[in-house]
Write a protein that binds this ligand. Structure first.
Ligand code: PFF
Length: 472
């Protein structure tokens, strides 16, 4: 049971919107939209958001507020054995955080460089050790904020950061309106193509993106929901959070694509769009340095408030399941996340660490989108809606109950299975071949696993065992 609470409804909304709006809305949304043919992607994206993400969001916030606890204890409260499933979900979130902090570090690095006037681009940046240095800085900052607590750290940060994000985003959108490529960009983003609706690939990409962008199905909103007061209307809040999150993504698209089209660049570059394509344009445009600093500053703030929410999932779970204080749990988990992120950080450094000939960071990002997100969401649905099946939960969910009970798991199973069949076999073959060649990526991955096992062992012995003793 937690006794911590957000100080107000606005504080709660700023914190949850801070968790939702992140790199996913700006960097990943524009990358995925660009690769999936612009407006073609919009219909599946909106369907996924309103038919699946809103009910999931409501489910998590409701369960969090009812049980007033973290994701692991919530699973445990349904049945003791389910605690391990809770750890799977929390572990998935910490894995996401491990590479999310690498990206946050890149953004911080670009921000500092453009502020200082050295105008870096992706090639020179990743040819240096700076990505690793900024990864350390982003990790330390995130840990520092979480260790200050729910009100004193997370809410206080969101109150400063989120209004700044929205003001800067709107200002950049105003600037983008003056660019010659605006019309073309709006056409690219808003012309839906109904013919692509039969392509399962687009649906899979849309669901992955919506769950990523809204931070839904990962226990993040469950954790933040445990700090909400009884008077807050969770249905209105869920819709508000979703609309704001989608709004932020679309406005970010209306900043990025006019720049891309005005400078004759390609919208289809994916991951590199924000880090390679845009800096080229910044270097060429009037007031480019100001625009770049605004853009990377906004991206950094958005990423930081999301990274904090990811770490809070693990810290809340560790403090409730062990006797560790918030500060110690944060320190231990930050060290674990840092260790897990090293291969991702090294994959875009002079080492160019790869696994099966792909940068480790890209491999993790893709497998998270395709598997970790839907699997965690399915675990949450099965345990809280199917296994627990509390009558009052049904009442709280109202018209959303059948959606979260049947539609969401149905869609997730189909989309994930289709994806699994498509990529499992070639990936396995590649891994086996590279293992035979003594791939250095595999050696580093093995080392990281050993350190993480050590931290898990420490958590177990220092925490769980002493908790048992206390109980006795
Ligand atoms: N929703 C945030 C973003 O879009 O960047 C952070 C995030 C949460 C990313 C959960 C990924 C994820 F699975």
């Amino acid at each position: 049971m937690t006794t911590e609470r957000w100080s107000s409804r606005v504080g709660f909304l700023l914190a949850t919107v801070g968790a939702a709006v992140g790199l996913g809305n700006i960097w990943r949304f524009s990358a995925v939209v660009g690769q999936n043919g612009g407006g073609a992607y919009l219909v599946p994206y909106l369907v996924a958001a309103f038919v699946c993400a809103v009910p999931m969001l409501l489910l998590e916030l409701t369960v969090g507020r009812r049980l007033r606890t973290d994701v692991v204890s919530a699973f445990r409260s349904v049945r003791a054995e389910y605690a391990v499933l809770g750890w799977v979900v929390a572990g998935g979130v910490l894995l996401i955080l491990s590479y999310y902090l690498v990206l946050t570090g890149w953004v911080l690095g670009f921000l500092v460089s453009w502020l200082a006037g050295s105008q870096t681009t992706f090639g020179p940046f990743t040819a240096s050790w700076l990505p690793v240095g900024y990864f350390v800085a982003a990790t330390a900052l995130t840990g520092g904020i979480v260790s200050l607590g729910v009100r004193g750290g997370i809410e206080r940060m969101a109150t400063v950061v989120m209004p700044t994000v929205f003001v800067v985003l709107v200002a950049l959108a105003g600037y983008a309106l003056t660019l010659p490529g605006w019309q073309e960009a709006a056409g690219f983003l808003f012309t839906p193509q109904l013919s692509v609706l039969s392509d399962p690939g687009i649906w899979s990409a849309a669901f992955g993106q919506v769950f990523f962008s809204l931070s839904v199905g990962q226990g993040i909103m469950l954790t933040y929901g445990s700090y909400v007061d009884e008077a807050t209307n969770l249905v209105t809040s869920s819709v508000l959070i979703t609309v704001t999150d989608i709004g932020a993504a679309v406005v970010a698209g209306l900043v990025i694509f006019p720049i891309v089209f005005s400078f004759g660049l390609q919208p289809t570059l994916g991951t590199e769009l924000a880090f390679t394509t845009l800096p080229t344009a910044f270097a060429a445009m009037p007031f480019g340095r100001v625009v770049a600093v605004a853009f990377f500053g906004l991206l950094f703030f958005a990423a930081l408030s999301s990274a904090v929410s990811l770490l809070e999932v693990g810290v809340a779970a560790a403090t409730n399941s062990t006797t560790l204080s918030r500060e110690r749990a944060t320190l231990l988990l930050t060290a674990g996340v840092f260790t897990a992120g090293i291969p991702s950080a090294l994959s875009y450094s002079p080492v160019r660490l790869s696994l099966a000939a792909r940068p480790v960071l890209d491999l993790i990002d893709e497998s998270v989108g395709a598997f970790a997100l839907p699997v965690s969401a399915l675990l949450i649905v099965f345990v809280f809606v199917w296994a627990a099946d509390a009558v009052d939960l049904r009442r709280d969910l109202g018209v959303f109950d059948p959606l979260v009970r049947y539609l969401v798991p149905g869609v997730l199973v189909v989309v994930t299975a289709a994806k699994a069949v498509g990529i499992a076999r070639p990936t396995w073959r590649l891994l086996v071949d590279h293992a035979r060649d003594g791939d250095i990526g595999l050696v580093v991955a093995g080392g990281v696993l050993v350190v993480l096992a050590g931290i898990g062992w420490l958590l177990r012995n220092r925490g769980l065992v002493s908790m048992e003793r206390q109980r006795r």
